[in-house]
Design a protein around this ligand. Structure first.
Ligand code: OSB
Ligand code: MG
Length: 369
């Protein structure tokens, strides 16, 4: 394929409710939508780098720079026969996985459409529906959290993840557990603790949690191995895993028992599949994370989460859990049994609504061969 045109759009979408984590409060989500046109086919992708460098060092601005000045020029005048070719062409760029994944996901959509198969089929997905969960931000009080959790359970979600931070942890978890003794419950600390907090972290063992996500420093693998030896609850790494090699190190050191895959964090679907396969070969489940994506990125997440070793309900929720209106149709919905349909149409399998995309676009640039 010879790419005729690539378009970047910096988008800003207003969340239906502020999302608070240990690293801050988000009210608007800023991402980059990547559009690739070649041979009359359009591929769509989403770069999940956010407005601020608090979850990752990447931001919408750094990703724009890396895409515009390095990744797009690397593929634009080349004969790109596969997604792997594009990855090789951009591989001189160190890191910047979210920027890479933004372009890579648009190319995956393009190649799946060119073959007339769904993105999920192209990636190796085997499920028609996936079981999904919801990630609940830090609330003003344990009572407010219980109310939020109750309303998500009523919508059909069968697994709840609650965000925690020092001082807003055990009481909140205990309150939810008291009211809902049997739900699948997990917590996400987003790197807010240290080994000095061992007593608090080990007290989590009393609440029958599925797992505790990224308790210690982002990028750390070694200290998590020490913590996992002290805790009964399974540790689950998010911020620390950027590559298949990180996943292998974490598993061999015993730093976690489950791995969170976010295509953006690991540089795209190709690396996600490699981590999926590594974990499958070791009998370790993987779990699909989320970055509050629009329907474009969400479609990719749903497609990937249909692979066989995603055995636990991930952070893939309905469009309306995030946004009043999505930029794709049909929007993503959760059924009463807590499942979501995997699109079967070619590529991402949903249609991008250009008028809505225009309304959320704050900056646009086009690149031609
Ligand atoms: O740590 O998993 C996280 C959102 C933004 C950045 C980091 C995280 C999250 C979430 C939301 O937990 C997951 C979702 O998209 O529903
Ligand atoms: Mg997380």
């Amino acid at each position: 394929m010879r790419i005729d045109r690539i378009e970047l759009r910096h988008i800003k979408m207003h969340l239906v409710a502020p999302f608070e984590t240990s690293f801050g409060v988000e009210t608007d989500e800023q991402h980059i939508i990547v559009r690739v046109d070649a041979d009359g086919i359009t591929g769509w992708g989403e770069c999940v780098a956010g407005g601020e460098p608090f979850y990752s060092y990447e931001t919408t601005q750094t990703a724009w720079h890396i895409l515009r000045d390095y990744l797009i020029p690397s593929v634009l005048r080349q004969d790109v026969a596969s997604v792997d070719d594009a990855i090789t062409l951009g591989s001189r760029v160190r890191g910047h996985n979210m920027a890479k994944a933004g372009l890579e996901s648009a190319l995956w959509d393009w190649f799946a459409k060119s073959r007339g198969v769904s993105l999920s089929k192209a990636l190796g997905g085997t499920r028609e529906r996936i079981v999904v969960g919801v990630s609940v931000g830090i609330q003003s009080s344990p009572e407010a959290l219980v109310k939020r959790v109750e309303s998500y359970l009523q919508e059909g979600y069968t697994r709840i993840k609650i965000k925690i931070a020092p001082g807003r942890d055990l009481q909140f978890v205990a309150a939810v557990r008291r009211v809902f003794p049997n739900i699948l419950l997990q917590v996400d600390a987003n790197s807010a603790y240290t080994l000095d907090d061992l007593a608090t972290l080990c007290a989590m063992d009393d609440y029958n949690l599925l797992l505790i996500e990224q308790p210690l420093s982002n990028d750390d693998i070694f200290e998590h191995s020490k913590l996992q030896r002290e805790m009964k609850t399974a540790i689950f790494l998010d911020e620390s895993i950027h590559t298949r090699a990180d996943a292998q190190a974490a598993l061999e050191l015993g730093s976690c028992r489950i791995i969170n895959i976010k295509p953006g964090r690991v540089g795209g679907f190709t690396e996600s599949k490699r981590i999926h396969d590594l974990c499958a070969s070791r009998g370790v489940p993987v779990w699909h994370g989320g970055m509050l994506e629009s329907g474009i990125g969400r479609a990719g997440n749903v497609a990937l989460a249909a692979l066989p070793n995603f055995t636990l309900p991930g952070d893939i929720s309905a469009s309306r859990r995030y946004y009043r209106e999505d930029i794709v149709t049909p929007e993503f919905e959760v059924a009463a049994d807590g499942t979501m349909a995997v699109p079967t149409q070619p590529g991402i399998g949903v249609e991008v609504l250009l008028d809505r995309l225009d309304r959320v676009t704050v900056r646009r640039e086009e690149f031609r061969a």
